[in-house]
Design a binder for this molecule. Structure first.
Ligand code: AMP
Length: 198
């Protein structure tokens, strides 16, 4: 049962409309499936569209925003709940906590950083839920290629390729979550590629 997911996505209002529309649609889809969304709490860009899409369908949306961003009035005022935290690290931890999946829509360094931390924690067997790239307009292709290359060049184990799924449309997100292979704490035993000790 998928009850709660976190979504990482852009704060930019100026990206191609295709990305903004995808964020709104993902919000609608998650709300219609009665799934609670946890996200960065912003009102701008894909973040605002995601929240508004979900709220338009009566969804539950929890924003987690650092105090300084709240003071800059970057927070979305119409959410089910807006939690104000001390800093970016606290926010990331709370966003991820108890979620049944982490979903990444396109975004800038903030989105990529959140996504990569989640991938790293999954690799270490700390975060165990599915991770989904919503690869609108093939935005994530270079990022996925880099991860594949990290595996190819033996910086990561082949089994780490199981950690994420890539879909090209928000419509396919729920299926991708359901079809993601199970992941356990045992992943930490192949998190680093080490030579056997003599
Ligand atoms: P970016 O993809 O670089 O725009 O960063 C988006 C991510 O970083 C979001 O998932 C947020 O957690 C955080 N973030 C960056 N800018 C903002 C903002 N203006 N308001 C709220 N959160 C932001």
């Amino acid at each position: 049962m998928i009850k709660r997911v976190c979504v990482y996505c852009a704060s930019s209002d100026f990206s191609d409309k295709i990305y903004l529309d995808a964020a709104y649609k993902l919000g609608e889809i998650l709300a219609e499936a009665s799934i609670t969304i946890v996200y960065g709490g912003g009102s701008a860009g894909l973040m605002g569209m995601l929240a508004n899409g979900a709220l338009s369908k009566g969804g539950k949306v929890i924003g987690i925003i650092p105090q300084f961003m709240y003071e800059l009035e970057w927070g979305h005022e119409g959410l089910t709940e807006l939690q104000i935290v001390n800093n970016m690290n606290e926010r990331k931890e709370l966003m991820m906590m108890n979620t049944d999946a982490a979903i990444a829509l396109p975004g800038g360094s903030g989105t990529l950083e959140e996504l990569f931390e989640t991938i790293t924690l999954k690799r270490l067997g700390v975060y165990l839920s599915p991770i989904i790239f919503v690869n609108i307009k093939n935005y994530f292709d270079p990022c996925i290629q880099l991860l594949d290359n990290a595996i190819e060049e033996k910086f990561m184990d082949q089994r780490n390729k199981q950690m994420w799924k890539v879909v090209d449309d928000p419509d396919n997100v729920l299926n991708a979550i359901k079809n993601s292979p199970a992941w356990t704490e045992d992943a930490r035993h192949f998190a680093t590629l080490k030579k056997d000790k003599a």
